[in-house]
Design a protein around this ligand. Structure first.
Ligand code: NAP
Ligand code: HSE
Length: 424
């Protein structure tokens, strides 16, 4: 069965290698070979370190569109354009789509699914969330009989890799990011990873398939990891926590609480021990209860594995002449989209070391009804020292009001850090 691959970068190379290495497994499943007969790239004469025939490579998308033998187009270029346009044109030419592109699926997923349905073709996107973890098929198929209630997870490999390397190997943010890029985990523009956009795309996709609600990724409350300092990681560790970038989507009646935020996770929680490029997702369904899925969330081969699962599933449907009869979720416009609800917070202040400063700050917290779980003060005899608090549950607006008063106190130099503490 002939397929075309758009893009031969990290993931494309992984798919190509798996097809060569695991040919017999593919044949056993499908009773046919999968042959990438055309591969679209930007630069034809690049050293690809791959055993790939020059005749297979093209920089003209039309070569793929016009080839009647190509039944499946696998989009692994990334970004919105030209990927989105190519996917649409391939669908209207009757070609099935497999993509790893979370930006396109989070932004245009519903429209593309409708277009695919109208044209009688499949569009599959397992690799768009969680790398090698089969999270999309688990939610759509294995949990089809459940009402999904919540999803909480680590769904960006690059940021988890950076935080793990800063925690365990004492690397700087920049050193850890460089390693994540060298390992092929990061997006072409890593800003998307470190600013939480990538995780917002992914939690938007998971929310859509879980509750049938389309939440545009740009309205999701999000913060990345660029403000997380090494000292926060050290204080968190002393207090019994790890810092993780969490993506959360919880359905409460007619509202959905959805956000991406760096959070302190108690060491006793399973997510605290998910390190490096690994991702993990808790999914709660009303029948199944809690499930934990964990695996490599980025990288050529794990992501390639998810892409091939989709290719094989579509190829089998083609072979067995099974059409696409999937139902598109109707968006429920009565659902309210909310950000972080009541939560515990970690706050690091930089203050002048004078008797009574800690007492005064604690008193201001108290006057706003904010009770404190832990307080740590480090350093003595220095002019300026860090003062770290963990609060009990509080609304963010109330915390902000208290912090406004705290920062106006003459011995408080700055609010160095505010992080969520995830109540698990
Ligand atoms: P990448 O290494 O940057 O590779 C992109 C490929 O697309 C390159 O081969 C490039 O061609 C080609 N390309 C880009 N723009 C093109 C254009 N305008 N015309 C023709 N070809 C073009 O990206 P990647 O890391 O493999 O990621 C691919 C997709 O998978 C993205 O959507 C990403 O979000 C998703 N994903 C990645 C991972 C991961 O771990 N990396 C995991 C899950 C999902 P040249 O080689 O000629 O430059
Ligand atoms: N850049 C993404 C990550 C790739 O680091 O998780 C996987 O989607």
């Amino acid at each position: 069965m002939k397929i075309a691959i758009l893009g031969m970068g990290n993931v494309g190379t992984g798919v190509y290698e798996i097809l060569q290495e695991n040919k017999s497994e593919v044949c056993r499943y499908l009773d046919k070979e999968i042959i990438p007969s055309k591969v679209l790239v930007r630069t034809l004469n690049k050293d690809r370190k791959l055993d790939i025939d020059d005749k297979v490579l093209t920089d003209r998308f039309e070569d793929i569109l016009e080839d009647q033998d190509i039944k499946i187009v696998v989009e692994l270029m990334g970004g919105i354009e030209p990927a989105y346009g190519y996917i649409k044109r391939a669908i209207t030419h009757g070609k099935h789509i497999v993509t790893a592109n979370k930006a396109v699926i989070a932004t245009y997923g519903k429209e593309l699914e409708e277009l695919a349905n109208q044209n009688g073709v499949f569009i599959k996107y397992e690799a768009s969330v969680g790398g090698g973890i089969p999270i999309i098929s688990t939610i759509i198929e294995s949990l089809a009989a459940n009402k999904i209630q919540e999803i909480v997870g680590i769904i960006n490999g690059t940021t988890n890799y950076i935080l793990s390397q800063m925690t365990r190997e004492n690397l700087s943010f920049e050193e850890a990011l460089k390693l994540a890029q060298d390992n092929g985990y990061a997006e072409a523009d890593p800003t998307s990873d470190i600013e939480g956009e990538d995780a917002a795309f992914k939690i938007s996709i998971l929310t859509s398939i879980s509750y049938g609600i389309n939440v545009p990724s740009e309205i999701i409350e999000r913060e990345g990891i660029t403000k997380v300092q090494k000292s926060d990681i050290e204080y968190a560790s002393e207090l019994g926590y790890k810092i993780k970038l969490l993506a959360v989507s919880k359905k409460h009646g007619n509202s959905v609480e959805i956000y991406v935020h760096p959070a302190l996770v108690p060491n006793s929680h399973p997510l605290a021990s998910i390190n490096n490029e690994f991702n993990a997702l808790f999914v709660k369904g009303n029948a199944v209860g809690e499930l934990l899925l964990c695996g490599k969330g980025a990288g050529a081969l794990p992501t390639g594995s998810a892409v091939l699962a989709d290719i094989l599933s579509v190829a089998k449907a083609i072979k067995n002449e099974i059409g696409n009869d999937s139902k598109i979720n109707d968006t429920d416009s009565n659902i309210e989209i909310k950000g972080i609800g009541k939560s515990q917070y970690y706050i690091r202040l930089q203050v002048i070391d004078k008797p009574g400063v800690l007492g005064k700050v604690a008193m201001i917290f108290g006057s706003y009804g904010i009770s404190l779980e832990s307080v740590v003060q480090k350093g003595r005899g220095e002019i300026s020292v860090p003062l770290v608090f963990i609060t009990h549950d509080i609304e963010k607006e109330i915390l902000d009001s208290a912090l406004k008063e705290i920062i106006s106190y003459k011995y408080v130099e700055n609010i160095a850090s505010i992080l969520k503490v995830e109540g698990m």
